[in-house]
Design a protein. Structure first.
Length: 581
């Protein structure tokens, strides 16, 4: 069972950083040997170091990722991987598991939150567990106080409390944000006649959360209201809503979003937060007037599901190397493109997490701030008071930043400021709406920027898509004819193992779709020297892409085919998410 740990000891690092003295370390090591506690517990009990400095030491000096377990929603399936007695004894909590079953043998990666990720005794005990024999244990560091509370919350006996009732009206509570204060308000309203509507709306929200949906669509038609969830990138239809409940459901959602319930003629956008089973989930909601009423779309933002590990995103070798090389640059622009819901935010946040070190000042300007990043200064756009992307970016430049993230470059003004920031010693990360990486250069020029500014400021252009992952429970090999491989432009790399194309036959776990979960596919184009003349003379994106491929860039199609050849996704998904080269 492989386990990722650091070779340097915590005590050595704390001494090097001047956070404790040799006398304090000697004393704590003696207590550790006598009591068999972890060094982390002893240091905290003696008040020789606080939790925040301890976590930062693990993150920055020992290169161990950090997680806020207070925001994690952990399923029973994951909790069963580690017994309660071991979790309490070693202050550790299983956070997520990625399992693969081959010939009846389970293996995969278990992410484990620990107060002391160098606790070797904990790993020795885990090795004795029969269910983890073939699993790789990936430790991440958490605040000891948060970890203790999370262990109590997750392993406590099941009590039928309000937030544990899967379909009860009171199991979802709306949280209204006013200034910096979050005030929880109950979901129920006066009047017995309204209670069924509250139940109905809560069932819609809870079902989406349980299914792992990213969006909820409520669509009015002449005789009924269609409800669809987007799960793993594909829409699935559920039981419709009765036409008589249309206005009541719409009003209920507008009340939760603090919007005008009397306005039905113009689009409205809002957001609300619900507390479900002990953790908060944000919803962004949009109302669009249609012929038979207002169409409603809700985007679900589950903060506990965020992965902040660039390596865990699973990029192919060429784009991963290009991305990491760009992050090492002291200045320049890294621009990520792709449609809504293609995972751009997760990739950018993972990049920021990798850059988040004590000697860097990182500031973001976002709309909205989707996830909170420890150690990063995040600015929420507010156009109503004049705080736009451009205005926020100007103010950020007066805050002595090293790294800047702009949620999206939408206009010439924002693009111009971002380019100038990249040329004056700042590393700028942002997103842009184009179809591929090569179109980044032409899009910026079309916005009104001079080609010489674009050519000298863009360090990396990348395009990302999400492909559905084959369900591991019903995965089976499939033979793909050679003529099909030729038609989809598959080329077997020299020295690579034979392709393992597969598909899911459909089972109860994947709702008979053959897919469960999604994986990222990315095309990363560094600013090769061979591209710079093309940008200067405003060459089309297709020509830029051809030259980049000659320089070694792997395209979206090539990277997607590599995922299919590894048995992670299907040929159908490759054709769906990637254009032909």
């Amino acid at each position: 069972m492989p386990i990722k740990t650091s070779r340097r000891s915590l005590g050595e690092v704390l001494l090097e950083q001047g956070l404790i003295t040799q006398e304090q370390l000697t004393e704590c090591l003696a207590i550790q040997r006598a009591t068999r506690q972890s060094l982390v517990n002893v240091l905290l009990e003696k008040n020789y170091i606080d939790e925040e400095k301890l976590v930062l030491t693990f993150v920055e000096q020992l290169d161990i990722p950090h997680i806020r377990v207070s925001r994690c929603h952990i399923t029973k399936e994951v909790l069963q991987m580690v017994p309660e007695n071991l979790a309490r004894q070693h202050q550790m909590l299983p956070v997520s598991v990625q399992s693969v079953t081959n010939n009846g043998v389970s293996s995969g990666v278990l992410t484990l939150a620990m107060a002391d990720p160098q606790n070797l005794r904990a790993f020795d005990d885990l090795r004795l567990l029969k269910g983890l024999t073939n699993y790789e244990i990936k430790p991440v560091v958490a605040f000891a106080s948060e970890l203790k509370e999370a262990i109590e919350r997750c392993y406590r006996p099941e009590i039928p409390e309000e937030d544990e009732k899967p379909l009860d009206a009171e199991s979802v509570e709306t949280v209204e944000e006013k200034q910096d204060l979050e005030e929880e308000i109950t979901g129920a309203v006066a009047g017995a006649a309204e209670a069924p509507i509250i139940q109905l709306v809560n069932r819609i929200l809870l079902r989406a959360i349980d299914m792992g949906a990213s969006d909820i669509h409520i669509e009015p038609f002449e005789k009924h209201i269609r409800v669809r969830y987007r799960v793993d990138g594909a829409l699935e239809e559920l039981r419709p809503i009765a036409k008589k409940d249309q206005q009541a459901v719409t009003c209920r959602l507008k009340i939760m979003s603090n919007l005008d319930i009397s306005e039905r003629r113009v689009p409205q956008d809002g957001r609300f937060r619900v507390r479900c089973r002990g953790h908060d989930i944000d919803f962004r909601i949009s109302f669009l007037p249609c012929y038979y009423g207002e169409k409603i779309v809700m985007r679900i933002l589950d903060k506990s599901a965020l992965t902040l590990d660039l390596d865990a995103l699973g990029f192919e070798p060429q784009p991963m190397a290009a991305f990491k090389d760009a992050l090492k640059l002291p200045f320049g622009m890294i621009l990520l493109t792709g449609p809504t819901g293609s995972g751009k935010t997760t990739t950018l946040y993972s990049a920021l997490h990798k850059l988040n070190e004590i000697h860097r000042n990182i500031i973001t300007v976002e709309d909205p701030v989707e996830y909170e990043l420890f150690g990063v200064n995040q600015v929420q756009v507010n156009p109503e008071v004049g705080l736009t992307f451009a205005a926020g970016l100007r103010s950020i430049l007066r805050q002595d930043p090293d790294v800047i993230m702009v949620g999206e470059i939408r206009d010439e003004e924002t693009a111009d400021i971002a380019v100038k920031a990249a040329l004056t010693g700042h590393l700028v990360l942002s997103t842009l709406h184009t179809n591929d990486a090569a179109s980044v250069f032409t899009r910026l020029i079309d916005m009104g920027l001079e080609p010489f500014l674009v050519q000298s400021s863009v360090a990396l252009a990348a395009a990302q898509r999400l492909a559905r992952r084959i369900c591991p429970e019903c995965k089976q090999p499939v033979r793909v004819p050679q003529e099909v491989l030729d038609r989809i432009q598959f080329r077997q790399p020299e020295g690579a193992p034979p392709p393992q194309f597969a598909r899911g036959r459909g089972c109860q776990r994947c709702n008979n779709t053959g897919y469960k979960g999604r994986l990222a596919v990315i095309e990363a184009m560094p600013n090769y020297p061979e591209l710079q003349d093309l940008v200067m003379r405003r060459a089309p994106a297709a020509e830029i892409k051809r030259v980049a491929m000659k320089c070694g860039m792997a395209t979206l199609r090539q990277n997607a085919l590599a995922k299919a050849a590894a048995g992670l996704t299907t040929i159908e998904e490759v054709l769906r998410i990637s254009p032909a080269d």
